[in-house]
Design a protein. Structure first.
Length: 295
C-alpha cells in the first residue's frame, strides 16, 4: 500500500499534513465546537473531497432537532456548486427495485422535524420522551435504507451532524441514534445490514445483496458535536468520559475561539489522532466562501 492510500483527505488545505496525510480510512473522527465555529463547513469539505478519490461525494445525515436548519444545502451550493438531494425520512423506505442502477437515495437526510427543543431525557416530560423514541423507531428503516443504499453505490464517507450539547450523553436520543447507526450500520457486515433492512424479503433479494457487498472497514465517519464551550482553551481542558463518542473516536478535533488582545480569532486543536504522529500546535483558521482554511 502506497503512502496515504489508507487515508482520507479532510478536504481542508493544510490540515491533512498536520494529520500525517489525512484521517485514517474507516475510522471515526469527532469534531467538537460551538455553533457557528465552522463544523458544518468542515463536514461538507470532507464529504466533497471524496469526489476526487471515490468518484462520488459522501453523504450527510442531520440529527438537528432545535433552532434553525444547519444550512447544509446553502453551504454546499456556495462552496462546491453541489445541489444536495434530500432523502425523505418521513416515508417508509420502498424496497422495490432497490438495486436498480438509476435509483437515487439522496445525499442528505434530516431525520427529525425542527421543534425548537432539546432532545434529552432531562429536558422532556415522560410522554414527550416516549414520543421522540416512537418517532425515531418509525424512521429507522428509512435511515438504514438511506445509508445502505448509498454504500452499495460506492459511497465511503458519512458526515453525521446535529449532535446537541448535553451534560450526560446517555440521556440524549441523538447520541443513542448515533451509537445505533455507527455500530449497527456503518461498522456492521453488509449482508447483516441488508438483513435488518429487507427482513422477510431478504431471501428473494439475496442474489442482488450478495452482488453488492462492500467493505465497512473502508467507510469513514465524521461526527459533528455542538459544545457548550466556545473558547478553545475550555474545550482542550474538558474531560473525556470513558465510553462516550469522544473516547471511542480515532481522531478528535476541537474548534474554538482564542482571545488575541482585544479581538478573537479561530483556532483548531488535534486532541487525539491514533495511528500516526500529529501536530501539537494550535492551528489558526478562517472561514470564507470555500469553507475552512488553515492560515
Amino acid at each position: 500500500m502506497t503512502k496515504h492510500q489508507n487515508r482520507q483527505s479532510t478536504g481542508v488545505r493544510g490540515l491533512d499534513e498536520h494529520l500525517g496525510g489525512g484521517l485514517l480510512l474507516g475510522t471515526l473522527t469527532v469534531v467538537v465546537g460551538a455553533t457557528g465555529i465552522g463544523k458544518t463547513q468542515l463536514g461538507l469539505q470532507f464529504a466533497d473531497a471524496a469526489l476526487t478519490t471515490d468518484h462520488r461525494r459522501g453523504i450527510i445525515f442531520d440529527m438537528s432537532a432545535r433552532g434553525d436548519s444547519q444550512s447544509h444545502g446553502e453551504y454546499a451550493r456556495r462552496m462546491f456548486d453541489w445541489p444536495l438531494i434530500t432523502a425523505d425520512a418521513q416515508s417508509q423506505a420502498s424496497l422495490e427495485r432497490f438495486f436498480d442502477a438509476d435509483r437515487q437515495y439522496g445525499d442528505y437526510m434530516h431525520i427529525f422535524d425542527y421543534r425548537g427543543q432539546r432532545v434529552t431525557r432531562r429536558d422532556l416530560e415522560f410522554e414527550q420522551w416516549q414520543e421522540w423514541q416512537g418517532e425515531l423507531n418509525a424512521k429507522l428503516r428509512a435511515t438504514i435504507a438511506f445509508l445502505y443504499g448509498n454504500f452499495v453505490r460506492q459511497c465511503r464517507r458519512v458526515v453525521i451532524d446535529g449532535i446537541e450539547p448535553t451534560d450526560r450523553p446517555g440521556e440524549s436520543i441523538q447520541f443513542n441514534l448515533f451509537e445505533y447507526i455507527y455500530h449497527q450500520v456503518l461498522r456492521k457486515d453488509a449482508e447483516w445490514v441488508a438483513r435488518d433492512l429487507f427482513r422477510e424479503r431478504y431471501r428473494q433479494n439475496a442474489k442482488e445483496i450478495a452482488a453488492h457487498v462492500y467493505d465497512p472497514t473502508r467507510i469513514g465517519c465524521l461526527l459533528l458535536c455542538t459544545s457548550h464551550e466556545t473558547m478553545l482553551d475550555d474545550l482542550i481542558s474538558r474531560g473525556i468520559e470513558e465510553g462516550d463518542a469522544l473516547s471511542n473516536a480515532n481522531t478528535l478535533i476541537y474548534m474554538g475561539k482564542i482571545r488575541d488582545g482585544n479581538r478573537f480569532r479561530r483556532g483548531m486543536y488535534l486532541a487525539k489522532h491514533r495511528g500516526s504522529p500529529c501536530s501539537e500546535e494550535i492551528l489558526n483558521y478562517d472561514i470564507d466562501d470555500t469553507g475552512v482554511r488553515i492560515n
